[in-house]
Design a protein around this ligand. Structure first.
Ligand SMILES: Cc1ncc(COP(=O)(O)O)c(C=O)c1O
Length: 371
C-alpha cells in the first residue's frame, strides 16, 4: 500500500504565520570567515549597531564570577537588576520587567494585548521586529508614511482606530537614526486614547544628549511601555538582556506572559555591573560621536545622500545596496543592506572604532570610484 500523502503543515499552523518573514540579522563574522576563507580577526563587523569597545570591563569581571554559579538557576525575579534600573529611572522595581533582549519585551506586549484582527501602528521605516511580532499574533501592521524618514506622530495619531491596540515609536529609530522631539511626543500623547498602548522603543537612548522624557507618562499612569537594552551602549548584545518600564499593573500583565528564567544570571550580573560603569558608557558615547561625525562628513565628501543620525549608525544611499554590501563583504567589511526595509538603494553602517570607520570609508570610496 502506498504511504498516505502528508497533509500540508498549513492545515495545522496558524495561517498568518505563512506571511511571517523571519528576521534577517547582520551577517556573523564566523559565517563571513568560513564562506570567504578570511581570518576572523581581519573582518570588521559594522552591521548590528554593537559597541566596538566591547563590554564594560566591570561587566566582564562580574560575569566571570557568575560563571562559577552556572549550575544554579538564575534569580527569575531579577531583583537586584530591576532594583538598580528602577533607581536609575526614578521608578520602583514593580515598574520594570527584564527580557531576553528588549525584543522579548516586544513579544510580551504582543502576548498581552494582541489577537487576530487587531492592528498596530508603526512608521513606514520603523524597526522591523514590531511588524514581525504583530504578524506572529495575527494582528495587522498599519505603516504610516515617514517623510524625511522621521516618524510623523500627528499622522500616526490620526491613524488610530477602534482596532488599534499598540503604537510603536522608535526613538531614535533604527535603521533611520531619526529622533522625534519632546514637543512632538507630548502633542501625540494628548491625542492617544486609552484603549491603545504606546511603546517608546529607546534602544539608543543613552547615546542622546538631551533625550525626551517619556517616563513621565508612566508616572502619570498612562498606557505606555518604554523599552531599553543592554545590547547597545553597554556592549552586551550576546547576553540578550533588555527591559521594559511601565506602570505596575501593566508590568504585572506582561510578567504573566514571561517564561520563568528568561533573563539568565550571567546576563543579569553583567548588566548590573555595566549599568554602574559610567566611564565605559561615556567612552562609548565619545567614540560614537566622533565616528558618526567622521562617517557623515565622509559621505558628504563622496556626495552620497545620508540621514543625519542620533544613534550609533548611519543610513546612506549608495545606489545598489545589495551590490555594495557584497563588494564590501569581499573586503571583509560587513554592513547591512536595507532591502528588508524596502530601501534597496541604501545601506546602514554602524559606528565602529576610528580604524574600522576608516577601513569602511576607504572600501566604499574605492567602490564609488570604480563605478
Ligand atoms: C530600535 C531597536 N529596538 C530593539 C532592538 C533589540 O535590541 P535587543 O538586543 O535588546 O533585543 C534593536 C536592536 O537592534 C533596535 O534597533
Amino acid at each position: 500500500m502506498l504511504p498516505k500523502p502528508m497533509s500540508s503543515i498549513w492545515n495545522l499552523a496558524h495561517p498568518w504565520l505563512r506571511d511571517l518573514v523571519a528576521y534577517e540579522p547582520g551577517k556573523p563574522i564566523e559565517d563571513v570567515a568560513r564562506e570567504l576563507g578570511l581570518e576572523p580577526s581581519s573582518i570588521v563587523k559594522l552591521a548590528s549597531n554593537e559597541n566596538p569597545l566591547g563590554p564594560s570591563p566591570k561587566a566582564l569581571e562580574a560575569m566571570r564570577a557568575t560563571l562559577e554559579r552556572s549550575h544554579f538557576y538564575p534569580d527569575g525575579g531579577g531583583y537586584y537588576l530591576r532594583e538598580a534600573i528602577a533607581q536609575r529611572c526614578g521608578l520602583a522595581r514593580e515598574n520594570v520587567i527584564l527580557g531576553c533582549g528588549s525584543n522579548e519585551v516586544i513579544e510580551f506586549i504582543g502576548h498581552a494585548f494582541l489577537k487576530p484582527g487587531d492592528e498596530i501602528i508603526t512608521a513606514e521605516h520603523a524597526f522591523v521586529v514590531y511588524k514581525l511580532m504583530a504578524t506572529l499574533f495575527g494582528a495587522r501592521t498599519v505603516e504610516v508614511p515617514d517623510p524625511g524618514f522621521k516618524h510623523d506622530l500627528d499622522a500616526m495619531a490620526a491613524a488610530i482606530t477602534p482596532a488599534t491596540r499598540e503604537v510603536f515609536v522608535a526613538n531614535p529609530n533604527n535603521p533611520t537614526g531619526t529622533l522625534v522631539s519632546q514637543e512632538e511626543i507630548d502633542r501625540f500623547m494628548d491625542k492617544v486614547p486609552d484603549h491603545v498602548v504606546v511603546v517608546f522603543d529607546e534602544a539608543y537612548f543613552e547615546f542622546l544628549q538631551n533625550p525626551p522624557d517619556t517616563l513621565k507618562f508612566i508616572r502619570e499612569g498612562r498606557n505606555v511601555v518604554v523599552l531599553r537594552t543592554f545590547s547597545k551602549i553597554q556592549g552586551l548584545a550576546n547576553l540578550r538582556i533588555g527591559y521594559g518600564l511601565a506602570k505596575p499593573d501593566l508590568i504585572a500583565a506582561l510578567q504573566k506572559t514571561r517564561q520563568p528564567f528568561n533573563a539568565n544570571g550571567i546576563a543579569q550580573a553583567g548588566a548590573l555591573a555595566g549599568l554602574l560603569d559610567e566611564e565605559h558608557q561615556s567612552k562609548t558615547r565619545q567614540i560614537t560621536d566622533e565616528g558618526r561625525a567622521y562617517l557623515e562628513e565622509s559621505f558628504g565628501k563622496l556626495q552620497l545622500e545620508y540621514v543625519p543620525s542620533h544613534a550609533n549608525f548611519v543610513l546612506v544611499k549608495v545606489g545598489d545596496g545589495k551590490a555594495v554590501f557584497s563588494a564590501l563583504l569581499k573586503q571583509g567589511i560587513i554592513v547591512r543592506d536595507m532591502a528588508a526595509y524596502k530601501l534597496p538603494e541604501w545601506i546602514r553602517v554602524s559606528v565602529g572604532t576610528m580604524d574600522q570607520n576608516r577601513r569602511f570609508v576607504e572600501g566604499l570610496t574605492a567602490l564609488q570610484q570604480a563605478i
